[in-house]
Design a protein around this ligand. Structure first.
Ligand code: SAH
Length: 203
């Protein structure tokens, strides 16, 4: 998977490639799809959601440009696979999932596999995680129509966010950088197709 789908498409970061080699993707997909876990495509994980294509996980992880001392937030835990990929590359990973069943199953599998620096929360990613902020990095794996302002607020000066931003079917993968003075620079990169980031209902 790593050689043919990821290195061949230009992902070079040694740390990212090594983590992808070591992360058991089959543990994060429904049992009836385990035989397909290392194929070059997203897979359904239930509740109308998907685990992203391995190459897109690698690309977004490389773009996020993380370090071992960073405090990181992910929006859209889904299966927990992207969280598992980020875990060894950062100090602490917080991840938020709006579907309670997915939050619970991701937490179970991440605990079982020993990812001790990951904390999963059931909640609405539009609100971020104020108690755990500020973050050095934020990654969205569900697509909002616009970058949620609360997430920009929770990013440290010098921080970066990687997010699919746009319509319900297709989006641009965007890299946002927050400068020391708090101003932001937004750069669109490649077209992608993520599930929409939905609005939480008041509970
Ligand atoms: N990162 C995941 C893939 C996520 S698919 C993985 O590695 O498997 C996108 C996920 O975002 C879905 O599970 C969806 O339920 C979740 N999501 C959608 N809107 C959300 C919101 N407002 N807050 C948190 N999670 C959300």
């Amino acid at each position: 998977m790593v050689r043919e789908q990821i290195e061949a498409r230009g992902i070079k970061d040694r740390g990212v490639l090594e983590v992808l080699r070591n992360t058991p993707r089959h543990q994060f997909v429904p049992s009836e799809l385990q035989a397909h876990a290392y194929e070059d495509r997203p897979l359904p994980i239930g509740y109308g959601q998907t685990i992203s294509q391995p190459y897109i996980v690698a690309l977004m992880t490389e773009m996020l440009d993380v370090d071992r001392d960073m405090n990181v937030l992910e929006i859209g835990t889904g299966s927990g696979y992207q969280a598992a990929v980020l875990s060894p590359l950062v100090r602490k990973l917080y991840t938020i999932e709006i579907v309670p069943e997915l939050a619970r199953s991701a937490q179970t599998i991440l605990e079982r596999l020993g990812y001790r620096n990951v904390t999963v929360k059931h909640g609405d990613g539009y609100l971020g995680w104020p108690e755990a902020s500020p973050f050095d990095r934020i990654m969205l794996t569900a697509a909002p129509p616009e970058i949620p302002p609360a997430l920009v607020d929770q990013l440290k000066p010098g921080g970066k966010m990687v997010a699919p931003v746009g319509g319900t079917e297709y989006q641009q993968l965007v890299v946002l950088e927050k400068r020391a003075d708090g101003s932001v620079r937004v750069r669109a990169t490649v077209p992608v197709s993520f599930v929409p980031m939905v609005r939480g209902t008041k509970r």
